[in-house]
Design a protein around this ligand. Structure first.
Ligand code: SIN
Length: 499
């Protein structure tokens, strides 16, 4: 197992290619055993000023580096990440708690994103299009926006960071990154990799600190023209309001209340596997986690029975122990929130079929563990069917038919991910059309995004932008329309069209 030197246990900001200490730090806890194991800077606004100045200066040169050359550095970053995959994965489990198999998956997602976005260095496609006048050429091009701000959460500290940072970089922007202070290691490790890969100083700057100080300072910086945020709905709304006042572009991803629909013709064993993986994997702490199961009345009984049987086999504990399938919750506040929803669910009249309690794991008594939980007899208006719990908790809702299943799926304020289990091809096509979410799975659970597809959602999940995929480039580029008139005379658009 990985051990950290004393030096590695004290993290620093990474500004202008240098490690910068700050006056104040705070402790970081390992969610598996509740012990402090790191110190992270609690920066003040002055650190943000420094980072912005570095990024502003670096951006002028970085934007002029041909995109294929910018991409070469991304290829190197991907190769170093690949070499360090096991180290990164173990550190990720240490700070986040997710089981090591999932941590390896997440690091792989970051590696994939590096290579995918490096490929964009030779594309970054614009369009050429006919001009309406003779001897005139027209095209559109992508240009960098300038300095961009990135705010990333603790649940996917490396994958989500790469969904945002790599498209920003390849497009010629420089980046100020505020990672979550719950999981600061991944940012520090990535910064080391950036340095090793030869990324010019100031292209990516990492500033740790609270949302109230560093997040706010980032938004207030005039030089930062885009903010890309993943986090809670409540904070996202505040970020959007502040950015709106300054006419700053803002991309938001704010969670989900994702459902798996199980129709009467579904392969029940397959559905059970998909529900277990997407509801209890990552201890339910994915934006895309399944937190509702919408089940056809004819198969409700069998589905409940099979879920209960399989839930018994879920081993819970330290994510570094490969026998465990479910790791801890991130911290005490996360646990308290889940516990609150246990009370809410019971008061609302839902029936607790399994779980519902905090768990004490032998030798990890101070860790933050929670039992995989299943509520049934849930109705669509209940808070446990509407609000994001962010834990291993599933609410089962019975429906009479396909149309009702779709309606129940859509009757929440979020719209991130959804899934349907059915063998009926007509329903498959209707479902992918009518499910009001940014991501739809057929005969698979609600998680498992791939980096070359757009990630994001409708309604309260976001504001129309997407992370990852080629679509992420839209967040970090400005479109420029270019007209070249080679007629040697004045040609007026819409007027001189007969000439
Ligand atoms: C997430 O939910 O944030 C991760 C993406 C996924 O696995 O679907």
């Amino acid at each position: 197992m990985i051990t950290l030197s004393n030096e590695e246990k004290v993290l620093k900001n990474f500004i202008n290619g240098e490690w910068m200490d700050v006056a104040e730090r705070e402790n970081v806890y390992n969610p598996a055993d509740g012990k402090e194991f790191l110190e992270v800077p609690n920066s003040d606004a002055a650190a943000m000023d420094q980072a912005v100045e570095a990024a502003r200066i670096a951006q002028k040169d970085w934007a002029l580096v041909p995109a294929p050359q910018r991409a070469e550095i991304l290829y190197k970053i991907g190769a170093i990440m690949k070499k360090k995959k096991e180290r990164l994965s173990q550190l990720l489990t240490l700070e986040n708690g997710k089981v090591i198999e999932e941590a390896r998956g997440e690091v792989q997602e970051g590696i994939d994103m590096a290579f995918y976005m490096a490929g964009e260095g030779r594309r970054l496609f614009g369009q050429t299009t006919p001009a309406e006048l003779k001897d005139k050429f027209a095209m559109s091009q992508r240009h960098p926006v300038g300095v961009v701000g990135i705010i990333t959460p603790w649940n996917f500290p490396i994958a989500i960071a790469t969904w945002k940072t790599f498209p920003a970089m390849v497009a010629g922007n420089t980046v100020i990154w505020k990672p979550s202070s719950e999981t600061p290691m991944m940012a520090s490790e990535l910064a080391k990799i950036f340095k090793e890969a030869g990324l010019p100083k100031g292209v990516v700057n990492v500033v740790y600190g609270s949302g109230a100080t560093i997040g706010q300072a980032m938004i207030e910086q005039e030089a930062i023209r885009v903010i890309s945020f993943t986090g809670s709905n409540e904070t996202g709304r505040k970020v959007a309001t502040e950015c709106g006042k300054q006419l700053k572009k803002v991309s938001l991803e704010m969670g989900g209340k994702n459902a798996v629909i199980v129709m009467e013709d579904a392969d029940i064993d397959l559905a059970v596997e998909g529900i277990l993986w997407s509801a209890f994997g990552t201890s339910g702490q994915r934006c895309t986690a399944c937190s509702r199961v919408i089940v056809h009345k004819d198969v409700r009984e069998i589905l409940e029975k099979r879920l209960l049987e399989e839930m018994k086999g879920l081993t819970i504990g330290d994510g570094l122990d490969t026998k465990n399938k479910v790791g801890p919750i991130i911290n005490q506040a996360g646990l308290d929130k889940i516990l609150k929803y246990m009370e809410i669910g019971k008061e609302e009249g839902a029936k607790l079929l399994a779980g519902g309690k905090q768990l004490t794991v032998k030798n990890y008594e101070k860790g933050f563990y929670f039992e995989p939980t299943l509520f049934t007899d849930v109705t669509i208006d209940m808070r446990i069917a509407q609000e994001e719990v962010f834990g291993p908790v599933v609410s089962l809702i019975e429906v009479n038919d396909f149309e009702e299943a779709i309606a129940v799926n859509n009757k929440v304020k979020y719209g991130l991910s959804s899934s349907i289990y059915t063998q009926n091809v007509n329903r498959v096509f209707k479902a992918q059309r009518d499910l009001d979410t940014g991501i739809v799975y057929v005969n698979a659970g609600t998680t498992g995004a791939e980096i070359h597809l757009p990630f994001g959602g409708t309604k309260g999940t976001g504001n129309g932008h997407r992370d990852s995929g080629v679509q992420a480039l839209d967040v970090f580029t400005e479109w420029k329309a270019v007209y070249v008139d080679y007629s040697g005379k004045l040609q007026r658009a819409q007027i001189d069209t007969d000439a």
